[in-house]
Design a protein around this ligand. Structure first.
Ligand code: ATP
Ligand code: MG
Length: 552
């Protein structure tokens, strides 16, 4: 479908630049995550956009870790980010770190001080905030603003040399305290932070602010198109100004609307709270909107790329229905997942007229949705089967096409059976269903002439394997938990995880592997969870077969 669609606005810009011969026909983008959490589906959109553009226009993409904030960053996050980008199917040209540029950025700051464009301010954070003014009132200067270049150079060197405690001084750009763009009212360039950095160790005790690191990092790498989300629109003036004053490579920033998905939260800060407060089983909990969570849930890279393609690249924020993401994985798995039978809520079915001790091997196609069915597998059949409790009713109402006393149903890939009687325990619960089968009705060789409307799945009790099956629902009960009164965590769906401890699966599913989802016929798509052991298989439901969500 990518061939068919019209250009998005960023592609239009790139094509204009290429037509005008800008950057020597070169396209170099970057994906710049801050390693302070795991990537989520919003980042996937940015990844698909940045890497997708480079791919389309014969360019390249750098993976640059925006690691200018030593306190919240960690190598665990760096590793997970690399794994996720690769898993999504993209290859970066260079693995880079903003911290690699700390020396260069320091030189840039010195250059701006020397031009009289930056000064050291001793004010506290509160004083600076108070002097900033409001969107309608200009800000006020202070006595530090008029420091000489020499004094500023000395003080900045002293800041770097660790002569001051955290917060004692900052380096600010000297721009315009009356600018209608509040970000231009002498923004901070550097702050003092005596903190250990995961890459530079204790070398630095001053760290550049985002606005003094990002554009220059782009310029150092000669990024041609620096794509970010809309909240950076007001930062663009600063991005351009530093590049201009430093006379470095003129990278350009373009903004698009971030992805918002309903029934979840997407900020790493909030996702971290869910992890730390134990609401979920880690960053890769299958209910999380993280890439690692989606992977564990059974999402494929192709389905996520397709989702990002379908939502497109907009200039205005909107809310995307998670149903679209589910649609994309269903479409993919319908064509790729093998069909297997699993009984999630088992009750025993005994075929009274099937010889005791006899078994036979039946066959079922791996995927009837594709040409050739992807081959078939063997399914053992016998006198005693597990079927789904909900597939039987003692007194079936009209239009109930499953099994009832006196009514017939087809057992998938096997025979037609007719319900005869039930056995119940003292509480009245059915413990056994007895039926008879029609020997001439075998699938593929049915000479019985009997037509039944329903087909149900089953597992031979003798051959069945046990498994735990985890059924997931949306993590939040409301569409936009971040926009409700109180804490977003108050809106967590208490029923987002349902564990079925004793389901039965086809013996062939003992060979299931994580990351290769299967369809449990009539039940949905499932994939093996990482918690599985040889003794205990655990499956995650990736998605239902149909959209079953009912708005409350
Ligand atoms: P969060 O608020 O979730 O922590 P962030 O923007 O701080 O996200 P970064 O690691 O700084 O996270 O983001 C890396 C890149 O991914 C940035 O270019 C950012 O604009 C982009 N990005 C982040 N969230 C989204 C989103 N929801 N939709 C599209 N792009 C996003
Ligand atoms: Mg960020």
């Amino acid at each position: 479908m990518s061939e068919e669609r019209s250009l998005n606005f960023i592609e239009e810009i790139v094509e204009e630049d290429l037509a005008a011969g800008k950057n020597g026909g070169r396209v170099l983008t970057r994906f710049p995550p801050e390693p302070n959490g795991y990537l989520h589906i919003g980042h996937a959109k940015s990844i698909c956009l940045n890497f997708g553009l480079a791919k389309k226009y014969n360019g390249q993409t750098n993976l640059r870790f925006d690691d200018t904030n030593p306190v919240k960053e960690d190598v665990e996050y760096v590793d997970s980010i690399k794994e996720d980008v690769k898993w999504l199917g993209f290859e970066w040209a260079n693995e880079l770190y903003a911290s690699d540029y700390f020396d260069k950025l320091y030189e840039f700051a010195v250059a701006l001080i020397s031009k009289g464009l930056a000064y050291v301010d001793d004010s506290s954070a509160e004083e600076i905030a108070a002097q900033k003014g409001t969107p309608t009132e200009p800000g006020k200067g202070n006595e530090y603003r008029n420091r000489s270049v020499e004094e500023n150079l000395q003080l900045f060197a002293d800041m770097k040399d660790g002569k001051y405690p955290d917060g004692a001084k900052v380096l600010r750009a000297k721009i315009d305290l009356a600018s209608p763009n509040v970000l231009l009212r002498d923004p901070l360039m550097y702050r003092i932070k005596h903190a250990h950095h995961h890459r530079t160790g204790d070398k630095w005790c001053i760290y550049p602010m985002y606005d003094f690191a990002h554009g220059q990092s782009d310029a150092i790498e000669e990024i041609t198109h620096s794509i970010c989300t809309l909240e950076f629109v007001p930062h663009r003036a600063l991005y351009d100004l530093f590049i201009k004053e430093l006379e470095i490579f003129p990278s350009k920033q373009y903004e698009f609307a971030r992805l918002n998905l309903n029934y979840t939260v997407m900020s790493k800060r909030k996702l971290l709270q869910l992890v730390e407060d134990g609401f979920v089983d880690g960053w890769d909990d299958p209910r999380m909107p993280t890439i690692s969570g989606l992977r564990r849930r059974g999402y494929t890279p192709a389905s996520i790329r397709e989702f990002c393609e379908r939502i497109g690249v907009a200039k205005r924020e909107n809310m995307i229905d998670v149903g679209l993401l589910e649609f994309c994985i269903r479409e993919d798995l319908n064509k790729t997942a093998w069909r297997r039978m699993a009984v999630l809520d088992p009750v025993k079915l005994i075929i009274d007229n099937y010889p005791e001790g006899q078994t036979e091997v039946l066959h079922g196609e791996n995927n009837p949705e594709v040409e050739g069915g992807h081959g078939s597998r063997e399914i053992p059949f016998g006198r005693e089967l597990w079927i789904e409790r909900e597939d039987f009713m003692e007194v079936p109402p009209k239009k109930y096409f499953r099994l009832g006393i006196g009514t017939m149903v087809r057992l998938k890939n096997a025979y037609i059976v007719k319900g005869e009687s039930v056995v119940k325990d003292a509480d009245g619960n059915i413990t056994e269903i007895h039926c008879t089968y029609i020997p001439e009705s075998k699938s593929g060789n049915d000479t019985s002439g009997i037509n039944v409307k329903g087909t149900i799945h089953w597992i031979s009790t003798e051959h069945a394997k046990e498994a735990e099956v985890r059924m997931y629902d949306r993590l939040f009960q409301v569409e936009d938990p971040s926009n409700e009164d109180g804490d977003f965590k108050d809106y967590i769906n208490p029923n987002s995880l349902q564990i079925l401890e004793k389901a039965y699966i086809e013996p062939d599913l003992a060979n299931a592997v994580a990351g290769k989802p299967v369809q449990f016929i009539r039940k949905g798509y499932f994939t093996l969870d990482k918690n599985s052991t040889a003794d205990k298989l655990v499956f995650n439901r990736t998605v239902t077969l149909k959209d079953g969500w009912v708005k409350k």
